[in-house]
Design a protein around this ligand. Sequence first.
Ligand code: CTP
Ligand code: ZN
Length: 151
Amino acid sequence: MDNRALQVSAIKEGTVIDHIPAERLFDVINILGLFNSLEMITFGTNLDSKQLGKKGIIKVANRFFQGEEIDKIALIAPHAKLNIIKDYEVIEKRVVETPSEIVSIVKCFNPKCITNHEKIKTRFSVVSNKPIELKCRYCEKITYENQIEIV
Ligand code: CTP
Ligand code: ZN
């Protein structure tokens, strides 16, 4: 980043989810249920990134994400970094890890899959991490990272 100014203001306390693929920003907001949050949230997208070309970033005051929430982030933004901020300082940086099994959350990409026709939870095993490949437990078809749609 150039050193003139932050593109999105610094926060005092909370979590900065950085290095989100630009086109996935709103999926991350959605999956974390941030629409309902009463905390201060700032975000930006299509920001310049050396790694991703363009990236998204979300800053949530006073929130520290846990297990399943981090799994969800990993699913749509496997290169995301979680920066834990206390008193304006980054006190911890966490990389996200994709879980080995995904229940619900994602739609099966196979239009013929039973999960797209009946009211049952989707279920996938994660056969690859980066890029993500999810194998459906019902139809055995693979849903690739760029095909991931949130239920
Ligand atoms: N940040 C913030 N508020 C703070 C401190 C940091 O919003 N009080 C943000 C920064 O803008 C940056 C992220 O948290 O987007 C990580 O901060 P830092 O580790 O200082 O930046 P980089 O070294 O660029 O991070 P990276 O590891 O991603 O290269
Ligand atoms: Zn399926």
